[in-house]
Design a protein around this ligand. Structure first.
Ligand code: NAD
Length: 479
């Protein structure tokens, strides 16, 4: 199935007629083409957004909210269709897309549709000076939203929904590897009555289409989720143009397990936090540190559970691990398994490609557990972003804290303990934007979301996102 750009409410071919192949990871076959949009297409999208801005930014909050909630409802009505499309494009199990990705995309629109009606700005009375200040929160204008392939519609809408709710018009680009559900979203937006030009979706490579968005002099803010190297490049381009930037980047998250934890809950959640979505979630706990006294028990139980995970075709209901997203990506992940061996890591289970009957060319990999000799090896320091985790024991809280923080990333950390004082000490000292205690990936959309260090700049979620997508203007009135 071929897809088109969505500009000014219409589906359009790219001006230069350049196309990219779209692969199905489950069988390795090309199943459609997508535009590789040029500067000209991005300019068209920008112009449509600019035209729509005066009206959309003056549309009442009630009306904006109703439209966003309508989009949310239509996503729910079309759950099966969207989940199948997401799975076909990305390789994730349909069951996962149906329970996580698409419901969350719907929640994003519902949440920000509601949040904008509760968003308020401050006022400051200058006591003794007979003056009052108040803050106007005004939409920025035309903003750019660029998202990755791992949670395609989930992360695409996590940016678009707050941008639209706060009155901006958007030029958005999904990952060229997983463009399908973003394409389908255009249809839903029309059906929900989103005025033309308010949201424009252009498809293509990061280096062509994405680059045209970040370089555009009048796209004044960029919300980006993706790799750290791409984030650094975007920052370089955007900084001299003084664009507002929100960067959600890579992670190498510690999962710290103390002997006093609720063991069974920890074990089940750790399997999930290691391998959900084939380990392709920026929040996966890919470095597992286990207190020495339970290390051997954990090792045996964990490996046994991981070995029983079913790798299979994404549309098979019993599949727990689907296909990795692309051929280059599975090659990269396999290369890290090789590096682990060279670094004297011990492969406790997995490590090999799997051939699934009738889908022999799909990108399937066994979930892999590596026992590492130390925390400084490359597989423990670099983001692999696949179904691969490392495990190693620790002796003391101080030691594990140091290892947890000794990476360039700082996105999230998971902590398993029932000791409240320890929870407080570590939560204070972990250099990450998110700390989960006795749980993983439990999300409340009101909370600030984002990372420290090489994991990003800025926070998304709740009012943080609405603040990002608005300019604060102080008005001071002397009376
Ligand atoms: P990527 O950086 O390769 O691509 C992300 C997006 O940026 C794509 O749409 C791509 O086309 C675009 N892009 C690439 N070059 C560009 C350029 N020069 N200008 C503008 N846009 C450009 O990342 P990916 O491989 O799609 O995603 C995986 C990465 O995303 C991992 O590092 C993962 O940790 C990270 N990620 C982070 C979060 C988070 O919330 N922190 C969430 C999900 C994924």
């Amino acid at each position: 199935m071929n897809i088109k750009n969505y500009i000014n409410g219409q589906f359009q071919n790219p001006e230069k007629d350049e196309w990219l192949d779209n692969y199905c990871p489950a069988n390795g076959e090309i199943y459609g083409q997508i535009p590789n949009s040029s500067k000209t297409d991005v300019e068209k999208a920008y112009k449509a957004a600019k035209m729509a801005f005066p009206t959309w930014s003056q549309t009442t909050l009630d009306k904006r909210s109703r439209i966003l909630i309508k989009i949310s409802e239509l996503l729910e009505t079309n759950l099966q269709r969207f989940a199948e499309a997401e799975s076909k494009d990305n390789g994730k199990p349909v069951s996962l897309a149906k329970t996580i990705d698409i419901p969350r995309a719907a929640s994003n629109f519902r949440f920000f549709g509601n949040a904008i009606t509760q968003f308020a700005s401050e006022s400051h009375e200058s006591v003794g000076q007979q003056a009052i200040n108040f803050t106007l929160r005004q939409p920025i204008g035309v903003v750019g939203c660029i998202s990755p392939w791992n949670l395609p519609l989930y992360l695409f809408t996590w940016k678009i929904a707050p941008a639209l709710a706060s009155g901006n018009c958007v030029v958005a680009k999904p990952s060229e590897i997983t463009p399908m559900t973003a394409y389908l979203l255009g249809e839903i937006c029309n059906e929900a009555g989103l005025p033309e030009g308010v949201l424009n979706i252009v498809h293509g490579l990061g280096t062509s289409t994405g680059q045209a968005i970040i370089e555009h002099p009048n796209i004044k803010a960029i919300s980006f989720t993706g790799g750290t190297a791409t984030g650094a490049h975007i920052a370089k381009v955007a900084a001299p143009m003084f664009k507002k930037l929100s960067l959600e980047l890579g992670g190498k998250n510690p999962n710290i397990i103390f002997a006093d934890c609720d063991y069974e809950n920890m074990l089940a959640t750790t399997v999930n936090s290691s391998f959900a979505n084939q380990g392709q979630i920026c929040l996966c706990g890919s470095r597992i540190f286990i207190e020495e006294s339970i290390y051997e028990k954990f090792k045996t139980d964990f490996v046994q559970k991981v070995k029983s995970l079913k790798v299979g075709h994404p549309s098979d209901d019993s599949t727990q691990i689907g296909a990795l997203v692309s051929k280059p990506h599975i090659e990269k992940v396999k290369q890290y398994i090789q590096i682990a061996k060279e670094e004297e890591g011990k492969i406790l289970c997995g490590g090999n490609s799997i051939s699934i009957k009738n889908y022999e060319n799909g990108y399937y990999l066994e979930p892999t557990v590596i026992e590492v000799p130390n925390d400084e090896c490359r597989v423990n320091q670099e983001e692999i972003f696949g179904p691969v985790v490392t495990i190693m024991p620790f002796k003391t809280e101080e030691e594990v804290l140091q290892m947890a923080n000794k990476v360039k990333y700082g996105l999230s950390a998971t902590l398993w303990t029932n000791d409240l004082k320890r929870t407080m000490r570590l939560s204070n000292q972990l250099q990450t934007g998110i700390v989960w205690v006795n749980t993983w990936m439990m999300r409340d959309l009101r909370t600030p979301f984002g990372g420290m260090k090489a994991s990003g700049v800025g926070r998304e979620g709740g009012f943080e996102a609405l603040r990002f997508f608005t300019e604060a203007k102080n008005v001071c009135i002397k009376y």
